[in-house]
Design a protein around this ligand. Structure first.
Ligand code: SME
Length: 157
């Protein structure tokens, strides 16, 4: 049985191979959300990106995703995605219902991990949001694997 670390390493390499040379951020986000969902299946109930709105820099707007319909906009500081955007730090939440200001796009989500995505200048460009229907679905290994993927998503030339 393949370990979770190996799965993350494998999907990181798949994403890197597909996005090399691609100039569109949308294409990069779409590729990552698709391949992550493909690798982890039902364990990832919602897998996708919220991008910093270039016209309103304290606002996230939904980007490419796999899953049920997501909310369109999330202000910085609101909910788990907003906390990741405001702090620039990964949010690992075992029970989203206990998280202050949590936004319930789909009431079946019970835990989530949200990882910031920065551009080559180190500016926040988006956050990767992964939700699960299970409580406590994500751990430090998920965090390490997803941070490695997000760390190179916009920097691979
Ligand atoms: N749960 C997120 C909102 C986005 S969705 O679940 C797709 C949050 O509180 O940031």
């Amino acid at each position: 049985m393949t370990s979770k670390a190996d799965q993350y390493d494998e999907v990181r390499k798949q994403i890197a191979a597909v996005i090399a040379g691609e100039t569109s951020r949308t294409a990069r986000y779409a590729t990552a959300s698709c391949l992550l969902r493909d690798m982890f299946g039902e364990r990832f109930f919602w897998t996708g990106f919220y991008e910093v709105d270039p016209h309103q820099p304290d606002m996230l707007v939904v980007g490419p995703y796999q899953g049920t319909m997501g909310c369109l906009r999330i202000p910085f500081g609101k909910g788990v995605c907003g906390a990741a955007a405001a702090t620039g730090e990964t949010q690992l939440v075992e029970d989203v219902h206990a998280f202050p200001g949590h936004i319930a796009c789909d009431s079946r989500s019970n835990s989530e991990i949200v990882v910031p995505v920065c551009d080559a200048d180190g500016q926040l460009a988006a956050v990767l949001d992964i939700d699960s229907t299970a409580f406590g679905a994500f751990d430090a290994e998920d965090q390490a694997g997803l941070e490695a993927i997000c760390g190179e998503l916009l920097t691979i030339a």
